[in-house]
Ligand binder design. Structure first.
Ligand code: CTP
Length: 403
């Protein structure tokens, strides 16, 4: 676990003092801790002692402008390998189980896509309350990991389950959580995204409206599922996804060279809107309007087809997935594209609406079994992030890596 980092949320409970020891134990093992201290947590331990032990500023307020400028709540959890809630109070569990987000801790828990480990600590009657038990079940179903609570004498004098696990036990649970493989661990994934730009001269180029959002969401979902992911991206204006190796290219020919250099890969998802043509000559200096007043004719030549090249490649990925941007006969055209380009699946999307640049997508999955076309799978309208997650799960299932 050396070199890993944990975001520790310290809730309000008498067990908060044990969290200080937890931070020390993690530091001994080379694990870096950043902490969020809730308002209630502050009643039990001081921000100063937490800061002294973590060696970092303690995060407390959702709307602190300097914190938002330095590091927003989304970034806070993204930069950690695991989110640990200790003590996890009944209140924090209830908030997370129900998706409430009204302070920094609950907002971070709602926004994170990292694994969350909770160490509950509360009075035995609070733990046994029907609502807490319901929340506990919901959280487990949502994939939250738990350590404790233990039976024992409690600070309030009662006896029973509710006591927070000891720091060393929490350390062991953290160790297990950090080692948990994702459904795509050991898989190498290649994703292309965005448009390509084809230069006409040093200041002009041909391009298209692709935003890259869908490809970035897919790369992030694959990485989250444990795949070693390389994203080869044309020029776009979005932040690099976390956990993904990003390589930027400009033209179709550069994208092809980068893809071939990245082989072998187990799975390749080609979402890029590659320019089909490029100007046959890219002038070295700016084409001037005033030289002879003749409107230049742009002659186009065909670009290489990256998907088709990979489809016929000696090191063809085991699973090759293309995208099809269509404005009519969506499925029919996608079926033809799958065969023509030697892809296993085509994710067809209807781009006649505001799909390009938007946050939602409606896709149809076209595939074949034993050389015979399968009926298209129609996915309902969903966010591009959801399309990414669902596609990553389908890929894991196909590669026999389902969780
Ligand atoms: N593609 C590619 N190289 C190209 C053109 C497209 O790799 N030069 C890939 C895209 O990344 C996508 C798939 O091929 O995965 C289909 O792209 P699309 O633009 O829908 O199809 P085209 O082949 O360009 O066909 P058309 O424009 O005629 O619909």
């Amino acid at each position: 676990m050396r070199g890993k980092s944990v975001l520790l949320i310290i809730g309000g409970g008498i067990a908060a003092y044990k969290s200080l020891e937890l931070i020390r134990r993690l530091a001994e093992r080379g694990v870096k801790t950043r902490a969020i201290l809730t308002r209630a947590g502050e009643e039990f331990v001081t921000p100063l002692s937490v800061a002294a032990l973590t060696g970092e500023k303690v995060f407390q307020d959702l709307f602190s402008l300097t914190d938002e400028a330095e590091m927003g709540h989304i970034q806070l959890s993204r930069s950690a390998d695991l989110v640990v809630v200790a003590p996890a109070t009944a209140d924090l569990m209830a908030k997370m189980a129900n998706g409430l987000a009204n302070d920094l801790a609950s907002t971070t828990l709602l926004a994170t896509h990292k694994k969350v480990l909770m160490a509950p600590a509360m009075n035995v009657r609070m733990w046994q309350a029907a609502s807490t038990q319901r929340n506990f079940e919901t959280l487990k179903r949502d994939g939250v990991l738990f350590v404790g609570p233990e039976d024992g004498e409690m600070a309030c004098g009662e006896f029973g389950p509710g006591r927070m696990a000891e720091p060393l036990e929490i350390v062991a649970a953290i160790e297990r959580a950090l080692a948990l493989p994702g459904p795509l661990s050991g898989i190498r994934a290649l994703v292309t995204a965005g448009p390509t730009q084809e230069p006409l001269d040093p200041v002009r180029f041909l391009a298209n409206r692709s935003s890259g959002k869908q490809g970035y969401a897919i790369a992030e979902a694959l990485a989250r599922a444990g795949a070693e992911t390389l994203l080869i991206s044309g020029p776009v204006d979005i932040a690099p996804p976390s956990g993904v190796k990003l390589m930027r290219v400009t033209t179709a020919r550069e994208m092809l060279a980068a893809c071939e250099a990245a082989l072998p890969a187990d799975v390749a998802v080609m979402t890029a809107a590659v320019a089909d043509w490029r100007p046959d000559i890219a002038a070295n200096s700016k084409i001037k309007k005033n030289t002879d007043r003749v409107v230049p004719l742009i002659k186009l030549v065909e670009n290489p087809d990256i998907l088709a090249t990979l489809g016929a490649h000696p090191r063809r990925p085991r699973l090759l997935i293309g995208f099809a941007a269509e404005t009519e006969n969506v499925v029919q055209n996608a079926v033809a594209k799958r065969k023509a380009k030697g892809a296993d699946w085509i994710v067809a999307n209807d781009v006649s609406g505001d799909v390009m640049g938007g946050d939602r997508n409606r896709v149809h999955i076209v595939s074949a079994k034993n050389g015979k076309d399968e009926p298209a799978e129609d996915w309902p309208d969903m966010t591009k992030t959801e399309v990414g997650a669902r596609l990553a799960a389908r890929i894991a299932q196909y590669l026999g890596h389902a969780a």
